[in-house]
Design a protein around this ligand. Structure first.
Ligand SMILES: Nc1ncnc2c1ncn2[C@@H]1O[C@H](COP(=O)(O)OP(=O)(O)OP(=O)(O)O)[C@@H](O)[C@H]1O
Length: 268
């Protein structure tokens, strides 16, 4: 079952006396909600996500999951990164089972749990294959199975599909929120890509930079699965671009490019 997340006035400075990278970020994410965090490069998205994962502590304020302050990483709030970080000499099954083995689950029980997940992510026939022989998309599927194996309440995604080809990316953009919805997992994904945010999230939070703050949000009230060519999708996309631009225009010395590098690359 998903967990609630509270951001309680999070401020962060990387060194004492420096300007804050994040400034007084507050908000609440409901159990089972799917949220995308979008903002320009360097605005502090990954820093904030690392705090949700318990990998970093803010200078001021705190993150609470189900009301408890997050002070360390946990298998109940798992993070997926841009790179799958698998052990190349281990099989798909061994990599996917790692979190369970670290948690003390016997090998046979871990393999049983992982097998149903590998089936779910479409890798059942690759169980015994070494991960180094897999494609990037397949490796991210192993990482996804590994993240889900510990039955997390929260799944945190730090641009996990940005290095994948368009087909693998689009399949996972559809499958990951579907899995989270089915299991009631709360999802927070960081992205530069407006289409990815609308494809995956119930709600998009927009961050500004210098200092990083959540300055706007947009509800994505579209049926699943989301289709880029649908009128509803396109009008939300335009709305989000506009909000992004307004956010940017508020800043002195803003760039003519209204969005992050994912969209900027497409526009080029
Ligand atoms: N360990 C660190 N020490 C000092 N400054 C840091 C450190 N980590 C990040 N920063 C700075 O904090 C700011 C926010 O970085 P962060 O990686 O969170 O941004 P981001 O929005 O995720 O960027 P991107 O989209 O490019 O990944 C940047 O200016 C970055 O240079």
């Amino acid at each position: 079952m998903g967990a609630s997340i509270s951001l309680d006035y999070i401020t962060h400075r990387f060194s004492p006396g420096a300007a804050p990278t994040l400034n007084k970020i507050e908000g609440r994410i409901a159990p089972g909600e799917l949220v995308a965090l979008i903002g320009r490069s360097g605005c502090g998205k990954s820093t904030l996500l690392h705090m949700l994962a318990g990998l970093m502590m803010p200078s001021e304020g705190c993150v609470r999951i189900n009301g408890h302050q997050v002070v360390r990483p946990s298998a109940k709030w798992n993070m997926m990164f841009q790179k799958a970080s698998l052990y190349p000499w281990m099989s798909v099954e061994e990599n996917a089972a790692l979190g369970l083995l670290f948690a003390g689950m016997p090998k046979r029980a871990a393999a049983k749990r992982v097998n149903s997940l590998l089936e779910m992510v479409g890798l059942n026939d690759k169980r015994d294959v070494k991960v180094q022989s897999l494609s990037g998309g397949q490796q991210q599927r192993v990482a996804l199975a590994r993240s889900l194996a510990t039955d997390p309440d929260v799944l945190l995604l730090d641009e996990p599909f940005s290095a994948l080809d368009a087909f693998a990316r689009s399949a996972l953009q559809e499958e990951v929120p579907a899995i989270c919805r089915e299991r009631g997992i709360t999802m927070v994904t960081v992205t530069h890509d407006i289409d990815e945010a609308i494809t995956m999230a119930d709600r998009v939070l927009i961050m500004s930079q210098n200092p990083g703050r959540v300055v706007d949000e947009l509800d994505v009230d579209l049926p699943w699965p989301r289709r880029h060519m649908d009128n509803g999708f396109q009008s939300l996309r335009e709305g989000l671009m506009q909000r992004f631009k307004t956010t940017d225009d508020d800043k002195p010395g803003h760039s003519a490019n209204p969005v992050g590098k994912g969209d900027a690359e497409r526009a080029a």
